[in-house]
Design a protein around this ligand. Structure first.
Ligand SMILES: Nc1nc2c(ncn2[C@@H]2O[C@H](COP(=O)(O)OP(=O)(O)OP(=O)(O)O)[C@@H](O)[C@H]2O)c(=O)[nH]1
Length: 780
C-alpha cells in the first residue's frame, strides 16, 4: 500500500527520485499522511466533493421548495391570488426534488468491464479493488452481471436481482458458490456489497460492473440497455495474446451508437505473457496499440488520436493483484513468482488507474451533476417565476384594496359630514313644519269655534228639562260637538298635513339614502319599519271632559225684570273691559287651568267661570244676590217707599199713563212667560252651551295646536331617527368593511414580503448552482 502511494505521488508530482520499495523505509505515520494526501488529491475526490456540494444545495432546494409550498398552501382562501392548480404544481415540485435527491443519493461513478470470456475482466476488477472479491478462473466463470459497490459497515453481502435478501459473503469461494448455486440469466444483475473501508475506490463511490464474456451472448442490446446506459467509463479487457475479436468490436459499436461518445479504456491484459518472448514484445505492443487506437479513433470515433493513445494500456491484472496482495501483507509487490518486466506492467496498471480515475470523475460529475444542477436551476427559476406571478397578482389585488380603502374612507368621511349637514337641515325643516302646523291648527280650530253655533243647531235630539233626560242630552251634545269639530278639522287639515308630512318624509328618505352606498340602499330600506298606515292627525278635543262643568240655567227670567235690567246695564258697561281682560288673561288661565279643564278630574272641581271675579271684584253670584235684594226690597219691605214712589209717579206722570205702562209691562211679562216653552228652553240651553263651549274650546286652542304640532314633530323625528339608524348601520358596515380591507392589506403585504424573501432564496439557490457549475463542471 505504501509503495503504491509512493508511486502514485511520484506520478502525480512527476518526481521519479524514489523507488517503490523505498516506501518500506517510511514510518507508519508518514505513510498514513501520504495516504491522506493521496486521497485528498485523488481525482475521484472531485466527484466526492461535487456530490457532497450538490447534495447540500439540493438539501437547501428541498427546504426551499417545502417552505414555498407550505407558504403557498397556507395563503388564506379569501386572498384569491393562487388557484388549486398552482398549489398542486408547487406540491409537485416537492415530489420532484425528493425524487432527484433520491437519485442523487444513489449517484456514483460506474465503470463497466467488457471483453471475451477469460480475458481477465474479474482479475482487473480484483486488482483495482486490491482484493480477490470476484471469482476468476479458467473457463467461463462470470455467468451474469456482477456489480461491486461499497457499503457502510464490516459485512459483505450480495443481493440477487428481484430479491431483497442479503446473502452474506465471507470468502471468494462462498461468493462463487452463491453465484453458481442457481442458474442465473446472463443479463441478470447480482449486487455485491463490499465494506467501503476495505477499498478506497469503493469509499469514493466507484461501482464496478463485471460482465459475462461478450462472446457468450447475443443479447448485447439488452446488456447495454440494462447495465450500460448510466456507465461513466467502459473498460474493454483484451487478451494481449490474441487480437481483438469481432464480438468485442461489435459490442462497442453498439455501445457507441447508443451512447454519445462513451469513455472507453482498452486494457491489453495478460501482457506478462509477452515476457516469455521479449524479442517480439515491442512489435506486438505497437501492433496492438495501433489497432486499438484505430478502433477508438476511426471505427468508434469516440476520441481523438491523442486521447486514444492515453486510453490504451498493456497490463497484467494477475500480477498486479498478486503484487498488491503481497503489499497488503507488508511484503514487496514483486515477491513471489513474478515474470520479467513486472515493474513496468505494474506502473502501467497504476497509470491506467490514475487516468481512469480522472476520466470517470470528470465524466460522472458532468453527466450526472450537470443534469442535476440544471434541473435545480430550472426548479428555482420556475418557482421564482410562479412567485413573481403570484406577487404581481397580489400587487394588483393590493392596489385594488388600496383604492377600495381610499374610496371607502372618503365615503365614510363624506357620510359623516353629510349626515351632520342633513341633520341640521332636517331639524330646521321639522321646526318650520311644526310651527306651520301649529298655526294652521290654531286658525282652523278658532274658525270652527266661531261656527260652533251652527254645529250645535244641527244637534236635534229631543230636548227635555227632566234632569235625567237633560244629562243624556248633555252627553250627546258633547259627543256631537266633539265629533263634528273633529271631522271638520280633519276635512280642513288632515289631508294637506298628511301630504306635507309624507313629502317631508320622502325628502328625508331621499337625502338619507343618498348617504348610503347605492348597492346597500335596497337591503337597508327593507330594514326600515314603515308605518302600516299613513300619518293621521289626532285632535284630542275631549268635549265630554271639557264641558262637564256646564250648568244650564232654564229658569224663566223676565227680560225686563229688575235683575235682568241691572245685569244688562252692568254687562254693557263692562263687556268691553271684560272681553279684553279675558283675552289677555286667557294665556295665563290656559296655562294654569288647561290641564284641569282637559282632565276628567276637572269635572269634579268648581267651574272656573263660577269663581271668576269680574273687573270690580264682584262675582256673578254676588251680582245675582244684589238684584234679588233690590226686588225684595221693593216687593216686601217698601210699603212706605212704594207708596212714596207711586205717589211721586202719580203726581209726575199721571195715573193713566202709569196704569197704561203697568198694563203694557204686565202684557210683556205675560207674553214672555207664555212663550217660555220647551223649544224656547232648548234654544236657551243651546245658546248657553255654545257660549260655555266656545269659552272652554278657546282655552284649549293653543294646547290642541301644540298637540298637533307635537304629533307632526313626533312623526317626522321618529322617521328621521329611523333613517339615522339606517345610516348609522350603513356607516358601521362601511367601517367594518374598512377594517376587513385593512386586514386584507396587512395580510397581503406580509405575504408579499414573504414572497420577496422566497424569490431572493430562489436567486440564492440559482447562484449557488452557478458557482457549483463553475467549480465542478466548467472547470473539468
Ligand atoms: N497469466 C495471466 N493470467 C491471467 C491474467 N489475468 C487473468 N488471468 C487468468 O485468466 C483466467 C480468467 O480470468 P478471469 O478474471 O476469470 O477472466 P474473465 O474475463 O473474468 O472470465 P469470465 O469471468 O469467464 O468472463 C484466470 O485463470 C486468471 O488467473 C494475467 O494478466 N496474466
Amino acid at each position: 500500500m505504501a509503495a503504491y502511494l509512493n508511486r502514485t505521488i511520484s506520478m502525480v508530482t512527476g518526481s521519479q527520485t524514489s523507488t517503490p520499495y523505498d516506501a518500506n523505509a517510511l514510518t507508519d505515520t508518514t505513510a498514513r499522511s501520504l495516504q491522506n494526501a493521496g486521497t485528498e488529491k485523488s481525482p475521484l475526490q472531485v466527484f466526492v466533493r461535487a456530490k457532497k456540494k450538490i447534495n447540500d444545495i439540493y438539501g437547501e432546494i428541498e427546504e426551499y421548495v417545502t417552505e414555498t409550498t407550505q407558504f403557498i398552501g397556507g395563503l388564506p382562501q379569501e386572498i384569491e391570488i393562487v388557484d388549486k392548480e398552482e398549489k398542486e404544481l408547487f406540491q409537485s415540485y416537492v415530489q420532484k426534488v425528493a425524487a432527484i435527491r433520491e437519485v442523487l443519493s444513489r449517484d456514483h461513478m460506474k465503470v463497466a468491464f467488457f471483453g471475451r470470456t477469460s480475458n481477465g475482466k474479474s482479475s482487473v476488477i480484483n486488482a483495482m479493488l486490491r482484493e480477490k472479491i470476484l471469482p476468476s478462473g479458467i473457463g467461463h466463470t462470470t455467468n451474469c452481471f456482477c456489480q461491486v459497490e461499497g457499503v457502510d459497515g464490516q459485512e459483505a453481502y450480495l443481493v440477487k436481482e428481484g430479491s431483497d435478501e442479503k446473502l452474506s459473503v465471507v470468502s471468494i469461494k462462498q461468493l462463487a458458490n452463491a453465484l453458481c448455486e442457481e442458474k442465473l440469466s446472463e443479463s441478470s444483475l447480482v449486487r455485491i456489497y463490499w465494506p467501503r473501508e476495505r477499498c478506497s475506490l469503493l469509499r469514493d463511490d466507484v461501482v464496478f460492473v463485471d460482465s459475462p464474456g461478450v462472446d457468450v451472448s447475443r443479447n448485447l442490446d439488452d446488456w447495454i440497455d440494462n447495465h450500460c446506459l448510466n456507465a461513466d467509463v467502459f473498460v474493454l479487457v483484451l487478451n494481449s495474446e490474441s487480437t481483438m475479436t469481432l464480438a468485442e468490436k461489435s459490442f462497442f459499436h453498439t455501445v457507441s451508437q447508443k451512447l454519445s461518445k462513451p469513455n472507453i479504456f482498452v486494457l491489453n491484459n495478460r501482457w506478462d505473457a509477452s515476457a516469455s518472448e521479449p524479442e517480439f514484445q515491442d512489435s506486438v505492443k505497437s501492433q496492438h496499440q495501433e489497432k486499438c487506437i484505430d478502433f477508438l479513433v476511426n471505427e468508434l470515433k469516440v476520441s481523438s488520436e491523442k486521447e486514444a493513445a492515453e486510453r490504451v494500456f498493456f497490463v497484467s491484472a494477475k500480477e498486479t493483484l498478486q503484487g498488491r496482495l503481497q503489499e497488503a501483507q507488508g511484503n514487496p509487490a514483486h515477491l513471489g513468482a513474478i515474470a520479467e518486466g513486472f515493474q513496468n506492467r505494474y506502473f502501467e496498471f497504476q497509470d491506467f488507474e490514475r487516468k481512469f480515475e480522472e476520466c470517470i470523475s470528470k465524466s460522472a460529475v458532468k453527466t450526472k451533476f450537470e443534469q442535476h444542477s440544471s434541473r435545480g436551476k430550472s426548479i428555482a427559476s420556475d418557482m421564482r417565476l410562479m412567485l413573481d406571478n403570484i406577487f404581481d397578482r397580489a400587487n394588483v389585488l393590493r392596489n385594488n384594496k388600496l383604492d377600495q380603502k381610499k374610496s371607502l374612507t372618503d365615503r365614510i368621511q363624506k357620510t359623516e359630514n353629510q349626515l351632520m349637514l342633513v341633520t341640521r337641515e332636517m331639524k330646521l325643516k321639522i321646526h318650520s313644519m311644526v310651527e306651520e302646523v301649529e298655526q294652521k291648527v290654531a286658525k282652523a280650530l278658532n274658525e270652527e269655534i266661531w261656527r260652533l253655533g251652527v254645529l250645535v243647531d244641527e244637534f236635534n235630539m229631543p230636548f227635555h228639562t227632566e234632569p235625567l233626560v237633560l244629562n243624556i242630552y248633555k252627553k250627546e251634545i258633547n259627543s256631537h260637538v266633539e265629533a263634528g269639530l273633529g271631522s271638520n278639522l280633519r276635512a280642513r287639515l288632515s289631508m294637506a298635513l298628511a301630504m306635507n308630512v309624507e313629502a317631508a318624509q320622502r325628502e328625508m328618505t331621499e337625502r338619507m339614502h343618498a348617504l348610503i352606498p347605492s348597492e346597500k340602499v335596497a337591503a337597508h330600506t327593507k330594514q326600515i319599519v314603515t308605518r302600516p298606515q299613513p300619518f293621521e292627525m289626532l285632535y284630542s278635543l275631549n268635549c265630554q271632559n271639557l264641558c262637564a262643568d256646564f250648568q244650564e240655567d232654564l229658569d224663566f227670567k223676565f227680560s225686563w225684570g229688575i235683575t235682568a235690567m241691572i245685569q244688562r246695564f252692568t254687562g254693557k258697561a263692562k263687556s268691553g273691559k271684560k272681553q279684553a281682560a279675558i283675552t289677555s288673561g286667557r294665556e295665563g288661565a290656559n296655562n294654569s287651568n288647561i290641564q284641569n279643564i282637559l282632565s276628567p278630574v276637572s269635572t269634579e272641581v268648581d267651574s272656573p267661570m263660577c269663581l271668576m271675579p269680574n273687573q270690580q271684584g264682584i262675582t256673578q253670584e254676588q251680582l245675582s244676590m244684589i238684584s234679588r235684594i233690590a226686588v225684595a226690597s221693593i216687593g216686601s219691605q217698601g210699603t212706605v217707599g212704594g207708596l212714596l214712589v207711586a205717589g211721586i209717579l202719580l203726581k209726575t206722570i199721571g195715573w193713566r199713563v202709569l196704569v197704561g205702562v203697568g198694563a203694557l209691562y204686565g202684557c210683556v211679562y205675560l207674553y214672555e212667560r207664555l212663550s217660555w216653552t220647551n223649544s224656547a228652553k232648548e234654544r236657551a240651553f243651546k245658546g248657553q252651551y255654545v257660549r260655555h263651549a266656545t269659552k272652554k274650546l278657546k282655552m284649549i286652542v293653543d294646547l290642541t295646536s301644540a298637540n298637533c304640532s307635537h304629533q307632526v314633530q313626533q312623526e317626522l323625528s321618529s322617521t328621521f331617527a329611523r333613517l339615522c339608524r339606517v345610516v348609522d348601520t350603513a356607516s358601521i358596515e362601511m367601517n367594518d368593511e374598512l377594517k376587513a380591507i385593512e386586514g386584507s392589506l396587512n395580510v397581503l403585504e406580509a405575504n408579499q414580503k414573504q414572497m420577496k424573501l422566497l424569490r431572493n432564496k430562489a436567486n440564492y439557490i440559482t447562484n449557488e448552482l452557478e458557482i457549483f457549475e463553475t467549480n465542478y463542471i466548467k472547470a473539468n
